[in-house]
Design a protein around this ligand. Structure first.
Ligand SMILES: NC(=O)c1ccc[n+]([C@@H]2O[C@H](COP(=O)([O-])OP(=O)(O)OC[C@H]3O[C@@H](n4cnc5c(N)ncnc54)[C@H](O)[C@@H]3O)[C@@H](O)[C@H]2O)c1
Length: 262
C-alpha cells in the first residue's frame, strides 16, 4: 500500500534497528512513501522476517546486518548502502538497547555497551553518511531520543544519559551540518508498546498496575494509552520529508502528552 502521495519517490534512506518496533514501522512508512530503504539491524533472523513481507508488497527494501556498537560496522554499512543506492538522502538513527541497571551495579562494561549503541552509533553513522547526505538536495537525519533523555527515571542511568546525549548531539549536528543543507532533528517517544517496553515478567509496562495507576487513573497520560510504533513512525516520516525543510535542531516529543503534565 502506497502513501497517498509517494512524496519520497527517488530518495534513498537508512533506518537502523529496523528489524522490529519503531524502526520497522518507520522503514515501512518511508518505503511506502516511495523511498528505497536499507533496514540495518544486528538481528539477522528478525531482519529477514521483517523484510520479506515488505519486499512481497513490492517495496524497495534492502536488509543489512551490522552491529552498530562498533564504528567499523557503521562505516561498512553506510558504504554498502551508498554504493547500492548511489547516494543517500535520509538517515534514521533508531537502534538502541534498553538498560535498567541500578547505580551500584552499573560497571564500566555495561555503561560502555549502552553508550556504544545508543549514543556513539549516532555519531558514527552520521560521520560515515554526512558526505552522501550533503550531496543530496534534501539531506535529513532523524535521531531517536526519548522522554528519558529529557527527564530522569529510576534505575535508568545509562539509558537516560545516552538519550540525553542524543538530544544535544542532535542540536550540535544541526548547527554543524546546516550549512551543508542537512536538517537534523530528533523524535523523543514516551511509552511505546514495543519489545523494549517489556518488563522482566514478559508483560508490557503500560499494562502494569503502576502504569495504570499513575498514568491512566491519576491522569499523568493525557491521551490515556501507550503509544504504538506507528504513532512514532508518522512524525519520523514528516521530519524526513520536504515539509520539514526549514526545521532543524528540534526535539519532537511523541508521548501522548506525558511530559505536559507534572
Ligand atoms: N519503546 C519505547 O517505549 C521507546 C521510548 C522512547 C524511545 N525509544 C527509542 O526508540 C528506538 C526504537 O526502540 P524500540 O522500542 O522500537 O526498540 P526495539 O527493541 O523493539 O528495537 C530496537 C532494534 O534495534 C536493534 N539493535 C539493538 N542493538 C543493535 C546494534 N548493536 N546494532 C544494530 N541494531 C541493533 C535491535 O535488534 C532491534 O531490532 C530506540 O532508539 C529507543 O531507545 C523507545
Amino acid at each position: 500500500m502506497d502513501e497517498p502521495t509517494r512524496a519520497l519517490a527517488g530518495r534513498a534512506a537508512i533506518v537502523t534497528g529496523a528489524a522490529r518496533g519503531i524502526g520497522l514501522a518507520a522503514a515501512t512508512r518511508l518505503a511506502r512513501a516511495g523511498a528505497r530503504v536499507a533496514l540495518i539491524d544486528i538481528d539477522a533472523a528478525a531482519l529477514s522476517e521483517a523484510v520479506e513481507p515488505l519486499a512481497a508488497e513490492g517495496l524497495a527494501v534492502f536488509p543489512v546486518e551490522a552491529d552498530l556498537s562498533t564504528r567499523a560496522d557503521a562505516i561498512a554499512a553506510v558504504a554498502l548502502v551508498g554504493e547500492r543506492f548511489g547516494g543517500l538522502d535520509i538517515l534514521v538513527n533508531n537502534a538502541a538497547i534498553v538498560d535498567d541497571t541500578p547505580l551500584a551495579a552499573l560497571d564500566d562494561e555495561r555503561w560502555r555497551a549502552v553508550m556504544a549503541v545508543n549514543l556513539d552509533s549516532v555519531l558514527w553513522m552520521t560521520q560515515a553518511a554526512s558526505d552522501l547526505l550533503a550531496a543530496s538536495e534534501a539531506g535529513r537525519i532523524v535521531n531517536l531520543a526519548s522522554t528519558q533523555g529529557l527527564r530522569g527515571q529510576p534505575d535508568a542511568l545509562a539509558y537516560s544519559t545516552a538519550k540525553g546525549g542524543v538530544v544535544n548531539l542532535t542540536r550540535s549536528l544541526a548547527v554543524d551540518l546546516g550549512p551543508l543543507g542537512i536538517c537534523v532533528n530528533a523524535v523523543a517517544p514516551g511509552f511505546i508498546d514495543t519489545r523494549m517496553a517489556r518488563m522482566p515478567d514478559g508483560g508490557h509496562e503500560h499494562t502494569s498496575d503502576w502504569y495504570q495507576d499513575i498514568y491512566v487513573k491519576h491522569g499523568r497520560m493525557p491521551l490515556r494509552r501507550a503509544g504504538t510504533p506507528e504513532d512514532v513512525a508518522g512524525p519520523i516520516l514528516f521530519l524526513a520529508g520536504d515539509d520539514a525543510r526549514y526545521i532543524t535542531g528540534q526535539i519532537l516529543v511523541v508521548d501522548g502528552g506525558f511530559t505536559a503534565t507534572y
